[in-house]
Design a protein around this ligand. Sequence first.
Ligand code: SF4
Length: 67
Amino acid sequence: MDLPITPELKEEVARFRLAFCCEHCLHFADEPGACDLLYPVAPHRRAAFERPPPGARLVFCKMFEAR
Ligand code: SF4
């Protein structure tokens, strides 16, 4: 599932403290910044949401598990 990254979405993420990025996932190892399930992390990293390139969409990972 993916969503357009809009100011409203960012406001809701902040207001409800939504966790969905690799940095909040049980499968993410801070060092070396990789997924223990070997999924590509770039689309799901916090930076991809906070500083998206123009037209980027928020891509949710179906394997996300909150820490
Ligand atoms: S399972 Fe998905 S959200 Fe979790 S670390 Fe891997 S790629 Fe990121």
